[in-house]
Design a protein around this ligand. Structure first.
Ligand SMILES: Nc1ncnc2c1ncn2[C@@H]1O[C@H](COP(=O)(O)OP(=O)(O)OP(=O)(O)O)[C@@H](O)[C@H]1O
Length: 595
C-alpha cells in the first residue's frame, strides 16, 4: 500500500486537475493553510495551560492565558473555515471527475474494433469498468482529498508532539498500524471477491435484465420459461451471496483483531505520557498540550486509515478501469490516414480470411470475388455459411486477418475505416430500434445532413415506411419507444422498412442489405426489391436473402458454403450447373408449387 499510495494520489490529482484546474489549486492552498492553522492551535494550548497552571492569584492566571486562548480560537476558526472551503471544492470536483471518467469510457468503447465485442475477456473488463469505473474515479479523488487534509493535520500534530517530547511521536504511529493493516486486508478481500464474481454478476444481470425486458416478455411466457430462468437467476445470486457472506465474516474478524491491537497501543501511549509526568520528565502544561495533540493525532490517524483504505480500495477498482481503458486503446481501430474515394468502379475481395476471436474455424476463408458499380449482387448460402460476415467485411466493420479488400485496386486497409463506412449503407438483419422519433430514425442515416422533411419522406416512401408513419399519432414526430409517454412501438416488419428507408436516406454508393425482407410481407418485399433495383443505377447493391425468388433477378449470385465461395454466376448459369444453388432454388420452388 505504501508503494501504491503515492501513485494513486498522483492519479487522483491528475483526475482532479483534468476536471477542474482552478478548484484543484484552491483546494491544495486551503489544505496547506488549514494545516498551519491547526499546528498554531495546538501550540497555543501550551500557552493557555502554562498561564492557568502558573503560581499566583487566579485572575492573573486567567489574564495570562487569554492571549493564547484568543490565538487558539482564531486558529480553530481559520481551520474550520478552510475545511469547509475544502469540502465545497471537493463537492465541485467529484461529480466532474465522475463525468470525465464516464465520457472517457464511452469514447473508448465506441472506438474499438467491432470484433472486440466478441471477446469475452474484454466484455468482462468492460463490465467491471462500467459498474465501478466512474464512481471509483470520483471516490478516489474524494478520499484522496480527505487523506491529504488529514495527513496535513497529522503532520501538524506530529510536529507539535516532536517538539513537546520525541518519544510520543513513534507511539502515535504505533497506535494506527494495526487498524491500518486490518483496513488494507479488508479492502483486498473485497476486491478479490469482486474480480472472482464478475462473470457471475454479468450473467445474472443479463438474465435478470431479460426477465424485466419488454421485448423478451412474450417469448418468456410463450415458452413457459419463467421457472427455469428464475431458477438460473437464483443460482447465480446464491453463488454471489455465499461469497459475500464469507468475505464479510473474514472482514469483521480482521477488523476486530486490528481494533484490539490499536486499543492496546493507545493505552500504551497514554501510559507513557503519565509516566513522563510522574517522573518529572515533562512539565504539566506541556503534558496537557501533548494529551490534546495525541487525541487530535489519533483522530486524524483513524481518519487517515479510513481514507487511505478507501483510496486503496477505490484504487484497485480504478486500476481495473485504467486497465480497461488501456486494453480498449490497444484495440482501437487503426487510423491510417487514407480516405476512401467518394465512389468506385469495382470492389474486389482478394483471398480474404476472417475468424472471430476464439473461433476454431474462420467464418470466411480465402474468399475472392468482385463487385462492380451498378450491379445487384446476391449472397446466398445456408445459415452460418458466412454471408453476414462477408457483408460486414465489405462494409468496413471487420478487417480481414488475411487478404485484402481493394477499392479500384487500392487496399482499403490504408483508408480510415470511418471513411469507408461513409460510403456504405447497411440494412442489418436485426436493425437497432433507436428510441428516437420516426423522422430522426430515418435522418440518422446521414446525421450530418440537416434532415429536411422532403428528403426524409422521399426516403420513407422508397422504403415503404411513409404510409404507416403517417398513421402514427404524431406522424413523423412520433417517438418510437414504448418506454416513454406518447411513444409508439412498431411491428418487426415496420422497423425493417424504417431501416431500409434509413439506408435509402444515407444515399451511399454501396448498399448492403442483410435479409432486409425477412419480416416483410410479400407486397412490401416486392416493392422494396423493385426500388432497390432502381436505386442500383449508379450504385452497387449487395443482397443477402434466403428467398430464392428475390435472388434470381440479381446480376450475379455468389453461393457460400462453410465460409468458402462454392459457386458464382447468373441464375440460369447456376441452375444449369446443378450445384448447391440449383438444389436450394428447386427446393423452395417445389415447396411453393406443392402448396
Ligand atoms: N459475433 C460472432 N462471434 C463469433 N462467431 C460468430 C459471430 N457471428 C457469427 N459467427 C460465426 O461465424 C459463422 C458465420 O456466421 P454468419 O453470421 O456470417 O453466417 P450467415 O451466413 O450470415 O448466417 P445466417 O443465414 O444464419 O444469417 C458461423 O459459424 C457463426 O457461428
Amino acid at each position: 500500500m505504501a508503494r501504491r499510495l503515492p501513485r494513486l494520489l498522483g492519479q487522483a490529482w491528475l483526475l482532479a486537475w483534468r476536471a477542474d484546474r482552478r478548484t484543484s489549486v484552491a483546494l491544495v492552498v486551503a489544505q496547506i493553510v488549514g494545516g498551519v492553522a491547526s499546528a498554531v492551535g495546538m501550540i497555543s494550548v501550551v500557552g493557555v495551560l502554562d498561564g492557568l497552571l502558573r503560581d499566583g492569584p487566579t485572575p492573573e492566571r486567567v489574564r495570562a492565558a487569554v492571549p493564547s486562548l484568543l490565538l487558539f480560537v482564531g486558529a480553530s476558526a481559520v481551520r474550520s473555515a478552510l475545511e469547509s472551503a475544502g469540502a465545497a471544492a471537493n463537492g465541485r470536483l467529484t461529480p466532474q471527475v465522475s463525468q470525465e471518467a464516464e465520457m472517457r469510457l464511452l469514447t473508448l468503447t465506441t472506438r474499438v474494433e467491432l470484433s472486440t465485442f466478441d471477446d469475452p475477456a474484454w466484455r468482462d473488463a468492460m463490465q467491471r469498468a462500467r459498474s465501478r469505473g466512474a464512481s471509483a474515479a470520483a471516490q478516489l479523488v474524494n478520499q484522496a482529498i480527505q487523506l491529504v487534509t488529514n495527513v496535513v493535520g497529522l503532520i501538524a500534530a506530529a510536529g507539535v508532539l516532536a517538539v513537546l517530547h520525541p518519544v510520543l511521536l513513534p507511539l502515535l504511529v504505533l497506535t494506527v498500524l494495526p487498524v491500518g493493516w486490518a483496513a488494507v486486508r479488508s479492502a483486498r478481500l473485497d476486491h478479490r471477491r469482486f474480480v472472482r464474481l464478475i462473470a457471475v454478476w454479468r450473467r445474472e444481470s443479463m438474465l435478470s435484465g431479460l426477465l424485466a425486458d419488454r421485448e423478451a416478455a412474450p417469448e418468456l411466457r410463450a415458452f413457459t420459461l419463467r421457472t427455469y430462468l428464475l431458477g438460473e437467476v437464483r443460482r447465480m445470486i446464491g453463488i454471489s451471496t455465499r461469497q459475500e457472506i464469507q468475505v464479510a465474516a473474514q472482514q469483521v474478524r480482521t477488523r476486530m483483531a486490528g481494533a484490539a491491537l490499536g486499543a492496546a497501543a493507545t493505552g500504551l501511549t497514554y501510559g507513557v505520557l503519565l509516566w513522563l509526568l510522574w517522573t518529572g520528565r515533562m512539565d504539566l502544561a506541556v503534558g496537557g498540550a501533548a494529551a490534546y495533540a495525541i487525541s487530535l493525532g489519533i483522530s486524524r490517524l483513524s481518519q487517515i486509515t479510513y481514507a487511505a483504505n478507501t483510496v486503496f480500495q477505490q484504487g484497485l477498482y480504478f486500476a481495473d478501469f485504467e486497465g480497461f481503458c488501456e486494453l480498449s486503446r490497444a484495440r482501437a481501430e487503426p487510423e491510417p490516414g487514407g480516405v476512401a474515394p467518394p465512389a468506385f468502379h469495382e470492389i474486389e475481395l482478394r483471398d480474404v480470411t476472417f475468424s472471430y476471436p476464439d473461433a476454431e474455424q474462420p467464418a470466411v476463408r480465402e474468399m475472392t470475388l468482385t463487385l462492380r458499380r451498378g450491379e445487384v449482387i446476391a449472397l446466398v448460402g445456408e445459415n452460418g455459411s458466412g454471408k453476414s460476415t462477408l457483408a460486414a467485411l465489405l462494409a468496413g466493420l471487420y478487417r480481414p486477418q488475411e487478404g485484402a479488400v481493394l477499392w479500384d485496386g487500392v487496399d482499403a486497409a490504408g483508408f480510415d475505416p470511418e471513411s469507408v463506412r461513409e460510403r456504405v449503407a447497411v440494412v442489418m438483419q436485426e436493425p437497432t430500434r433507436w428510441p428516437l422519433t420516426a423522422r430522426q430514425n430515418i435522418g440518422i442515416g446521414r446525421q450530418e445532413r440537416v434532415a429536411g422533411m422532403a428528403e426524409v419522406r422521399a426516403a420513407a416512401r422508397a422504403g415503404d415506411a411513409d404510409e404507416f408513419i403517417m398513421e402514427l399519432k404524431r406522424r413523423y414526430e412520433t417517438l418510437l419507444s414504448r418506454h416513454f409517454t406518447d411513444g409508439a412501438d412498431l411491428s418487426g416488419g415496420q422497423w425493417q422498412r424504417l431501416a431500409v428507408s434509413r439506408a435509402f436516406y444515407r444515399d451511399a454508393p454501396l448498399l448492403i442489405c442483410d435479409e432486409p425482407t425477412a419480416n416483410l410481407d410479400a407486397r412490401a418485399e416486392h416493392d422494396v426489391y423493385q426500388r432497390l433495383r432502381e436505386l442500383a443505377a449508379g450504385r452497387t447493391v449487395v443482397l443477402i436473402t434466403h428467398r430464392m425468388a428475390s435472388v434470381r433477378e440479381a446480376d450475379r449470385i455468389y453461393v457460400l458454403d462453410h465460409g468458402v465461395l462454392a459457386e458464382q454466376g447468373g441464375h440460369a448459369e447456376l441452375m444449369e450447373a446443378g450445384g448447391i444453388y440449383a438444389q436450394m432454388f428447386t427446393l423452395q420452388a417445389s415447396a411453393y408449387q406443392s402448396a
